[in-house]
Design a protein around this ligand. Structure first.
Ligand code: PLP
Length: 391
């Protein structure tokens, strides 16, 4: 027996365990401190009533002889494909139902998609980054090249024609930086990828936070993207499905004349048996008029938190990205502090916890992530403490 030795090349991530340990230790030493967590990357609001009703109804379906559902198609039910085709149409993208594959969330497919690509591809990944892209490629033994996202490029790196890449990861709006590409920036990537015969793996998990019409919600809004991009998206942040699990992946048939679409279908039908009928019914309810209105209310709740934090950073004159089209704010640590130094400073003096940017890559040092997924009153209180401490 041989193990996959590539696992030895993974770097241990101590980011969230260290954040939690430091918070625990501080709380133990200061039992009266009222600590506010602005580090949370999970949603906190419950599923909306339209989704809950659909879930209940689907449970009842499973109780009836005539309405019971066993195995469904691995790639998802037609009703959810149709709903998603309509969703894309609302932002100007035309898709066929068989270009959409329902998944149990974006994270699984972001890892699983690598099954259809050869081991010898060179992978281009921005730094700082959502760690899943890096680790899944290291597990598969692929060569990873990093591109710098930094203050100079507003954490939105553009293609460097002198760099050769086969697989390119883009995440917009970005985790952790909250920065989002405009059409011109994404078009540059699409042209580069088409010119290189490369594929873009586009993570749109936070597209639901985009309000500005100038920013694309899908890479397929960009001309030429269907011949070079695969898009991953999710109900997690859009509708609070982090614990319910549902997402989707779009593999256009124009990509390699349908070859990748066929390979992904083959992969899924072999290794995946579909998302539960009940969950897909809940997901489809997000696209009813009632569902859309209710989801918008929840998103507005988080967006209001992001606004409070943005206004605070504006008032303090602190440089940051995100906050406007994203639940994340990525700020430059004041007074030249390093990420962990600022973490300790904020915890000790304001009893506020955030996430040190250094945990997302070397370019993250000196930066710090705050999130808008918390409770509204607590976020307002945290913002007031930041103002007092840093003003
Ligand atoms: N992509 C990004 C950039 C994320 O930040 C996350 C979760 O935080 C995911 C994907 C995973 O989403 P899902 O819950 O759909 O697996």
């Amino acid at each position: 027996m041989q193990i996959n030795k590539n696992f030895n090349n993974l770097e241990q991530s101590y980011l969230f365990s260290t954040v939690n340990r430091k918070q625990r230790e501080f709380a133990a030493a200061h039992p009266d401190a009222d600590i506010i967590k602005l580090s949370i990357g999970d949603v906190t609001r419950p599923l909306v009533p339209a989704v809950i009703d659909a879930l209940h109804a689907a449970v009842e379906d499973q109780a009836g002889q005539e309405t019971f559902h066993g195995y469904g198609d691995e790639q998802g039910y037609g009703f959810l494909h149709e709903a998603l085709v309509g969703y894309y149409k609302s932002h100007g993208v035309t898709l066929d139902t068989d270009e959409i594959f329902i998944s149990d969330g974006a994270k699984s497919d972001l890892g699983n998609i690598l099954d259809i690509f050869g081991a010898d591809n060179t992978v281009l990944i921005p730094d700082p980054v959502y760690p899943v892209y890096v680790d899944t490629n290291i597990m598969a033994g692929r060569k990873v090249v990093f591109m710098d996202a930094n203050e100079d490029n507003g954490f939105l790196p553009l293609p460097d024609p002198s760099v050769k890449a086969d697989i390119i990861y883009l995440c917009s709006p970005n985790n952790p930086t909250g920065a989002a590409y405009d059409r011109k920036g994404l078009k540059a990537w699409v042209d580069y990828a088409n010119g290189m015969n490369a594929v873009i793996l586009y993570d749109a998990a936070y597209e639901c936070f985009i309000e500005d019409e100038a920013l694309p919600r899908s890479i397929f809004e960009i001309e030429g993207a269907k011949t070079c991009a695969i898009e991953f998206c999710s109900f997690s942040k859009m509708a609070g499905f982090t614990g319910t699990r549902c997402g989707w992946t779009v593999v256009p048939k124009a990509l390699m004349d349908g070859k990748l679409n066929q390979m992904w279908l083959r992969r899924q039908t072999t290794k995946f048996n579909g998302v539960p009928y009940i969950v897909q019914k809940g997901a489809a309810a997000c696209f009813t008029e009632q569902g859309q209105n209710q989801i918008r209310e929840t998103l507005d709740y988080y967006k209001q938190n992001a606004k409070v934090l943005s206004e605070t950073l504006d008032a303090l004159g602190i440089w940051y990205t995100g906050g406007k089209s994203s639940p994340y704010l990525w700020l430059k640590c004041p007074n030249g502090m390093g990420s962990w130094e600022f973490f300790d400073y904020l915890l000790e003096n304001a009893h506020v916890v955030g996430t040190p940017g250094a945990g997302f890559g070397k370019n993250g040092d000196g930066f710090f992530r705050l999130t808008a997924f918390g409770d509204q009153q607590r976020t307002i209180e945290a913002a007031a403490r930041l103002k007092k401490l840093l003003g």
